[in-house]
Design a protein around this ligand. Structure first.
Ligand code: ADP
Ligand code: MG
Ligand code: MG
Length: 252
């Protein structure tokens, strides 16, 4: 079973006004099989947390640690992080001109597992994962992210996750811009991955809606660059009813 341990993580970003500290001491531990919802107001630093774990060059880690199964994630290259079992849904948000979904997935699988997947089983796996996500077969021949709708982008992310079989997945606003049908299909994909493997999930979301489909074991309220409160699923229900005001009042 995998374990991702984030301890007192601090990160800054360069803005036109100067260096700004966004993460102000994040403590969070995610074990295989667990689903953690990270909920918080806009601008609280949720995406910065995801990008910092992903190794995005824009964010400088100024303190604390991120360990995966005892290995120092912050010392790893972005590729090494993926090979170690981390999946970050926002890792490839850009268009990749001239690279089809099919080639992209095979290249990613090869990079993550260290060897090219056997063609026969791979083609079958891709087809069945796409069918599960109600994706048209023609989608495999399209260029990555080129003209993808919001829903197609999210399905493509979950398709990657299902095929790459990570140990810890970080999903940032996977629910944004999805209609109810797409939300259900994408959530079922996450739940399948949870059922088939010992996946640990960090589910970052502003709204409680997706938590009706993906049940969290733990809920963390993220305010002003750190975890302000944590609890079980009942905490999400309270946030739904009360909003974030109570926490914002306490933030500086
Ligand atoms: P959230 O995902 O919770 O909405 P973000 O992590 O996106 O929050 O942003 C947190 C804060 O950091 C915001 O004030 C945002 O403007 C700032 N920020 C994040 N990334 C950058 C960046 N690349 N350049 C400048 N400011 C940034
Ligand atoms: Mg601190
Ligand atoms: Mg965000």
């Amino acid at each position: 079973m995998s374990i991702l341990e984030i301890k007192d993580l601090h990160a800054t970003v360069e803005t036109p006004e100067g260096t700004k500290e966004i993460l102000k001491g994040v403590d969070l531990t995610i074990k295989g099989g667990e689903t953690h919802a990270i909920m918080g107001p806009n601008g609280s630093g949720k995406s910065t947390l995801a990008y910092s774990i992903a190794g995005h060059p824009k964010y400088e880690i100024t303190g604390g640690s991120v360990m995966l199964d005892g290995e120092d994630v912050l010392e790893m290259s972005v590729d090494e992080r993926a090979r170690a079992g981390l999946f970050l849904a926002m890792q490839y948000p850009v268009e990749v001109p001239g690279v089809t979904v099919s080639n992209f997935l095979r290249t990613a699988k090869t990079a993550v597992s260290g060897q090219a997947p056997a063609l026969r089983t791979w083609v079958k796996d891709v087809k069945s994962a796409m069918a599960d996500l109600k994706m048209d077969e023609a989608f495999a021949d399209r260029n990555v992210n080129e003209g993808f709708s919001g829903g197609e982008k999210k399905r493509h992310e979950i398709l990657q996750m299902e095929l790459l079989k990570p140990s810890i997945a970080i999903l940032d606003e996977t629910d944004s811009g999805l209609d109810v049908d797409a939300l259900r299909i994408v959530s079922e994909g996450v739940n399948r991955a949870k059922a088939n493997t010992d996946l640990g999930v960090m589910l970052i979301t502003h709204y409680t809606r997706i938590l009706n489909y993906i049940k969290p074991d733990f809920v963390h309220v993220f305010v002003d660059g750190r975890v302000a409160e944590q609890g079980g699923p009942e905490l999400a229900e309270r946030l739904e009813a009360e909003g974030y005001e109570r926490f914002l009042a306490g933030a500086e």
